[in-house]
Design a protein. Structure first.
Length: 486
């Protein structure tokens, strides 16, 4: 009888884990594509580089397209439920965020293929690892599960930043920073378990334990927990790794590391903060202000193109997570709209600068007249990163400022008011460094014939034109984008 009881218990346990499998099919497809890539790679070692690269693109794009389609359908149907005995939860927010991340990933791989970039096995696994970690992070309801999802992202990032020989020196500090933040994150989780007796964020015991805990111990535990999240967002003071790592990356992985993890963690924040029975608005506002100042002021003094963009990505990470101060429903819409347009603008600018091969801002002198089309594309992307019309990011930033002001009027929190003032001030500062390149393009003349953007195929020009069209049309038809997520 005992053996039958054990089998029955095991069967029930398996059923509880697999129940809700239909809610996470897109994520399972991405996980399966990692295993499929490992298997297929066994047969590609003796093949030519061109053949192997084509197969890698194929085995990445088909599962990505399928996962994106199913994720969009899940979002449209509004499916929600739990999976793996409550470790994951699919809801309206996670469905929309995961659709956005999958869409960005598919577009990035498509751009890579159009521009005939090499696609090594290590790059494939690194890309898919970050993708899967980001997707699972947005669905995690358990602290340890969130930790493992973030570590999955980190593993992929470690792979991508270590591929180039010139990045070896920069990647080591990043890996050490990452290991340190993971250790602190895990220690914070253990303290939270000691305080609450639960690691389930949706549990009443978790909220009750936080509310009755000693304020200093609670602050210490949550502070350590926040380190792991803020490190992935590149928030100050956890940002020093960012510029050195980013300037040695190709455009695709620079864009991917700057967008997918930040969007996922920004959504994690808007899920976790309303659960906490105490407010940490002032503390977060101080860190957000510091991040905006470090990012924008750091970029202001840069003359190297990729370091300028790396510092600006720090500032954009701080700006994106300002949604943590909004009401949850408003925060979700703000992250989706801003995150999508920021990703498109980053993809456009990073690729154009990487394709040019220009290390210094001054290398773009006079290209506005000799290369008018690429120069116009780059100008549009930079204007979008500033948040000026006619780019749709103007509406996205305006939405952030208005929601931040509404939150201040509602709560009268001094930290939020200071954050709003600093965000507007640093946006004005960004004009000076983002427009350094257009100034060189249109108002400076080159003394020698430039070798930048010599060969651009029609398909490449079309890909840039498509991204520019999205940025420009989004200001005229913003509801088209917002209705996609709803």
């Amino acid at each position: 009888m005992s053996s039958f009881a054990s089998i029955s218990t095991l069967t029930e346990r398996i059923q509880s884990i697999t129940a809700g499998l239909n809610y996470v099919i897109p994520e399972l497809i991405v996980a399966g594509s990692i295993l499929l890539s490992l298997f297929i790679e066994l047969f590609l070692h003796s093949k030519t580089e061109k053949f192997s690269t084509s197969w890698r693109y194929f085995t990445c794009q088909i599962p990505l397209l399928l996962a994106l389609s199913l994720s969009f359908q899940r979002s449209e149907l509004g499916l929600s439920g739990i999976f793996a005995a409550g470790l994951f939860e699919a809801n309206i927010g996670s469905n929309a965020i995961n659709t956005l991340i999958l869409g960005i990933g598919f577009l990035l791989i498509l751009m890579n293929q159009i521009h005939k970039k090499s696609f090594t096995f290590e790059e494939l696994i690194g890309f898919l690892s970050i993708l899967l970690g980001a997707l699972l992070s947005s669905m995690s309801t358990h602290a340890l599960n969130l930790f493992l999802s973030i570590e999955f992202m980190s593993m992929g990032t470690y792979v991508l930043v270590s591929l180039r020989k010139e990045a070896a020196r920069a990647s080591l500090p990043y890996v050490l920073f990452g290991l340190g933040s993971s250790a602190l994150f895990l220690y914070g989780i253990s303290l939270l378990y000691g305080l609450t007796g639960s690691l389930d964020f949706t549990s009443v015991d978790f909220s009750r334990g936080i509310s009755v805990a000693d304020p200093y111990l609670r602050g210490f535990a949550l502070g350590l927990f926040a380190v792991g999240l803020l490190f992935k967002m590149s928030w100050a003071p956890f940002h020093p790794w960012n510029p050195d790592v980013m300037e040695n990356l190709p455009a695709s992985w620079m864009t991917w590391i700057s967008t997918a993890p930040k969007i996922a963690i920004a959504f994690v924040g808007i899920r976790l903060l309303p659960i906490l029975p105490v407010s940490f608005a002032n503390e977060l506002a101080v860190l957000a202000v510091l991040t905006l100042l470090v990012g924008h002021l750091g970029a202001l003094g840069q003359n190297k193109t990729k370091r300028l963009l790396a510092y600006s990505s720090i500032a954009h990470g701080g700006f994106l997570a300002m949604a943590w101060f909004f009401q949850p429903a408003q925060a979700l819409d703000a992250i989706l709209f801003y995150g999508f347009l920021y990703s498109i603008a980053s993809l456009l600018v990073f690729y154009l600068i990487d394709e040019s091969g220009a290390d210094e801002v001054s290398a773009f002198a006079g290209l506005g007249s000799s290369k008018p089309l690429p120069a116009f594309f780059l100008l549009t992307g930079l204007v979008a990163l500033v948040g000026l019309p006619p780019a749709g990011t103007f509406l996205a930033k305006l939405t952030y400022f208005s929601l931040l002001w509404s939150n201040y009027e509602l709560n009268q929190t001094v930290g939020i008011l200071i954050l709003l003032i600093v965000a507007i001030f640093t946006t004005a500062i960004s004009l000076f460094y983002y427009l350094k390149i257009p100034f060189q393009l249109y108002f400076k003349k080159s003394l020698v014939k430039s070798s930048l953007w010599i060969e651009m195929r029609p398909l490449e020009i079309g890909s840039y034109g498509f991204l520019v069209a999205i940025l420009l049309l989004s200001i005229l038809f913003p509801t088209v984008l917002t209705n996609l997520w709803k």
